[in-house]
Design a protein around this ligand. Structure first.
Ligand code: ZN
Length: 183
Protein backbone atom coordinates (compact mmCIF):
# COMPACT_ATOMS: atom_id res chain seq x y z
CA UNK A 1 0.00 0.00 0.00
CA UNK A 2 1.23 3.45 -0.84
CA UNK A 3 2.01 5.59 2.22
CA UNK A 4 1.06 8.83 0.53
CA UNK A 5 -2.54 7.92 -0.18
CA UNK A 6 -4.65 10.64 1.42
CA UNK A 7 -6.83 9.38 4.22
CA UNK A 8 -10.33 10.70 4.15
CA UNK A 9 -13.43 10.85 6.29
CA UNK A 10 -16.63 11.23 4.32
CA UNK A 11 -20.03 9.86 3.46
CA UNK A 12 -21.54 9.92 -0.01
CA UNK A 13 -24.19 12.56 -0.68
CA UNK A 14 -26.76 9.78 -1.09
CA UNK A 15 -26.00 8.30 2.36
CA UNK A 16 -25.81 11.78 3.85
CA UNK A 17 -29.38 12.34 2.64
CA UNK A 18 -30.52 8.96 4.02
CA UNK A 19 -28.89 9.74 7.38
CA UNK A 20 -30.41 13.26 7.37
CA UNK A 21 -33.87 11.79 6.78
CA UNK A 22 -33.69 9.50 9.84
CA UNK A 23 -32.04 12.25 11.87
CA UNK A 24 -34.99 14.52 10.96
CA UNK A 25 -37.48 11.91 12.20
CA UNK A 26 -35.62 11.71 15.53
CA UNK A 27 -35.62 15.53 15.80
CA UNK A 28 -39.37 15.71 15.05
CA UNK A 29 -39.99 13.12 17.79
CA UNK A 30 -37.90 15.21 20.23
CA UNK A 31 -39.92 18.31 19.27
CA UNK A 32 -43.17 16.38 19.82
CA UNK A 33 -42.00 15.34 23.30
CA UNK A 34 -41.17 19.00 24.11
CA UNK A 35 -44.58 20.18 22.85
CA UNK A 36 -46.29 17.40 24.79
CA UNK A 37 -44.58 18.61 27.98
CA UNK A 38 -45.85 22.15 27.41
CA UNK A 39 -49.40 20.78 27.77
CA UNK A 40 -50.75 23.15 25.13
CA UNK A 41 -54.50 23.51 24.75
CA UNK A 42 -54.98 23.63 20.99
CA UNK A 43 -57.72 26.23 20.95
CA UNK A 44 -58.46 28.49 18.00
CA UNK A 45 -57.09 31.43 20.03
CA UNK A 46 -53.80 29.63 20.68
CA UNK A 47 -53.33 28.79 17.00
CA UNK A 48 -54.25 32.32 15.87
CA UNK A 49 -51.96 33.90 18.43
CA UNK A 50 -48.94 31.60 18.03
CA UNK A 51 -49.00 30.08 14.57
CA UNK A 52 -51.13 32.11 12.18
CA UNK A 53 -50.70 35.85 12.56
CA UNK A 54 -48.95 38.76 10.88
CA UNK A 55 -45.94 38.68 13.20
CA UNK A 56 -45.20 35.06 12.35
CA UNK A 57 -44.95 35.83 8.62
CA UNK A 58 -41.45 37.17 9.22
CA UNK A 59 -40.51 33.85 10.78
CA UNK A 60 -41.92 31.88 7.82
CA UNK A 61 -39.82 34.10 5.58
CA UNK A 62 -36.77 33.28 7.72
CA UNK A 63 -37.47 29.55 7.18
CA UNK A 64 -37.08 30.06 3.44
CA UNK A 65 -33.92 32.14 3.53
CA UNK A 66 -32.31 30.03 6.26
CA UNK A 67 -31.16 27.44 3.69
CA UNK A 68 -28.76 29.86 1.95
CA UNK A 69 -27.92 31.38 5.37
CA UNK A 70 -26.83 27.91 6.57
CA UNK A 71 -24.37 27.69 3.65
CA UNK A 72 -23.24 31.31 4.19
CA UNK A 73 -22.33 30.47 7.81
CA UNK A 74 -20.13 27.61 6.54
CA UNK A 75 -18.61 30.04 4.01
CA UNK A 76 -18.02 32.73 6.63
CA UNK A 77 -16.03 30.37 8.87
CA UNK A 78 -14.20 28.83 5.89
CA UNK A 79 -13.18 32.40 5.03
CA UNK A 80 -11.95 33.15 8.57
CA UNK A 81 -9.68 30.08 8.54
CA UNK A 82 -8.64 29.89 4.87
CA UNK A 83 -8.45 33.66 4.26
CA UNK A 84 -9.02 32.97 0.55
CA UNK A 85 -12.41 34.10 -0.67
CA UNK A 86 -11.80 32.85 -4.19
CA UNK A 87 -11.46 29.21 -3.07
CA UNK A 88 -14.86 29.10 -1.36
CA UNK A 89 -17.88 28.07 -3.39
CA UNK A 90 -21.56 28.10 -2.53
CA UNK A 91 -23.99 26.39 -4.85
CA UNK A 92 -26.81 23.98 -5.42
CA UNK A 93 -26.15 20.42 -6.59
CA UNK A 94 -29.12 19.76 -8.87
CA UNK A 95 -28.48 16.03 -9.27
CA UNK A 96 -28.79 15.49 -5.49
CA UNK A 97 -31.10 18.46 -4.80
CA UNK A 98 -28.63 19.57 -2.12
CA UNK A 99 -27.21 23.04 -1.42
CA UNK A 100 -23.50 23.02 -0.63
CA UNK A 101 -20.55 25.14 0.45
CA UNK A 102 -17.03 23.96 -0.25
CA UNK A 103 -13.52 25.27 0.27
CA UNK A 104 -10.49 24.06 -1.69
CA UNK A 105 -7.90 25.41 0.77
CA UNK A 106 -6.58 23.06 3.50
CA UNK A 107 -7.41 24.11 7.06
CA UNK A 108 -6.74 22.38 10.38
CA UNK A 109 -9.18 19.71 11.55
CA UNK A 110 -10.30 21.71 14.61
CA UNK A 111 -11.09 24.62 12.31
CA UNK A 112 -12.99 22.29 9.97
CA UNK A 113 -15.05 21.07 12.96
CA UNK A 114 -15.98 24.69 13.76
CA UNK A 115 -16.92 25.35 10.10
CA UNK A 116 -19.17 22.27 10.11
CA UNK A 117 -20.85 22.83 13.46
CA UNK A 118 -21.59 26.58 13.37
CA UNK A 119 -24.83 26.48 11.30
CA UNK A 120 -26.15 23.93 13.82
CA UNK A 121 -25.10 26.13 16.77
CA UNK A 122 -26.35 29.46 15.39
CA UNK A 123 -29.50 28.35 13.55
CA UNK A 124 -30.44 25.07 15.24
CA UNK A 125 -29.27 24.95 18.84
CA UNK A 126 -29.84 28.65 19.64
CA UNK A 127 -33.29 28.64 18.04
CA UNK A 128 -34.42 25.54 19.90
CA UNK A 129 -32.92 26.89 23.14
CA UNK A 130 -34.85 30.15 22.70
CA UNK A 131 -38.01 28.14 21.93
CA UNK A 132 -37.69 25.99 25.06
CA UNK A 133 -37.00 28.98 27.31
CA UNK A 134 -39.99 30.90 25.92
CA UNK A 135 -42.34 27.97 25.19
CA UNK A 136 -42.54 29.29 21.64
CA UNK A 137 -43.92 26.73 19.24
CA UNK A 138 -42.90 28.51 16.02
CA UNK A 139 -39.30 28.83 17.11
CA UNK A 140 -39.41 25.18 18.05
CA UNK A 141 -40.59 24.27 14.52
CA UNK A 142 -37.84 26.46 13.12
CA UNK A 143 -35.14 25.02 15.39
CA UNK A 144 -36.23 21.49 14.48
CA UNK A 145 -35.96 22.24 10.77
CA UNK A 146 -32.54 23.86 11.24
CA UNK A 147 -31.19 21.00 13.35
CA UNK A 148 -32.51 18.53 10.76
CA UNK A 149 -30.73 20.46 7.99
CA UNK A 150 -27.47 20.10 9.95
CA UNK A 151 -27.76 16.30 10.23
CA UNK A 152 -24.98 15.41 7.78
CA UNK A 153 -22.74 18.18 9.19
CA UNK A 154 -23.13 16.77 12.70
CA UNK A 155 -22.37 13.27 11.45
CA UNK A 156 -19.04 14.47 10.00
CA UNK A 157 -18.26 16.43 13.20
CA UNK A 158 -18.94 13.24 15.17
CA UNK A 159 -16.47 11.27 12.99
CA UNK A 160 -13.91 14.12 13.12
CA UNK A 161 -14.05 14.28 16.92
CA UNK A 162 -13.19 10.59 17.04
CA UNK A 163 -10.34 11.18 14.61
CA UNK A 164 -8.54 13.10 17.32
CA UNK A 165 -5.64 14.60 15.38
CA UNK A 166 -7.08 18.09 15.44
CA UNK A 167 -3.91 19.88 14.26
CA UNK A 168 -3.78 17.90 10.99
CA UNK A 169 -4.58 19.82 7.85
CA UNK A 170 -7.68 18.72 6.02
CA UNK A 171 -9.47 19.76 2.87
CA UNK A 172 -13.11 19.59 1.95
CA UNK A 173 -13.82 16.40 -0.01
CA UNK A 174 -14.25 17.52 -3.64
CA UNK A 175 -17.34 15.44 -4.35
CA UNK A 176 -18.66 13.92 -1.10
CA UNK A 177 -19.72 15.11 2.37
CA UNK A 178 -16.56 15.14 4.50
CA UNK A 179 -12.84 15.82 4.24
CA UNK A 180 -9.49 14.53 3.07
CA UNK A 181 -6.52 14.55 5.47
CA UNK A 182 -3.61 16.36 3.77
CA UNK A 183 -0.85 16.01 6.40
ZN1 ZN B 1 -24.17 22.35 6.46
Amino acid sequence: MCKNVAKSTFISIKWANVFSFFFMIVEILIAMVIIHNWKIRWTKEYILLNIVNLKTIILYFLFVISIPIHECIHAFFFLIFSKDRKKIKIGFDKSNMTPYCSCSVPIQLWQYIIVMIMPYVLLGFMTRFFAIVNHNILWLFWGTIEISCAGADLFIVFLALFNGEYKKRVMDHPSQVGYIIIN
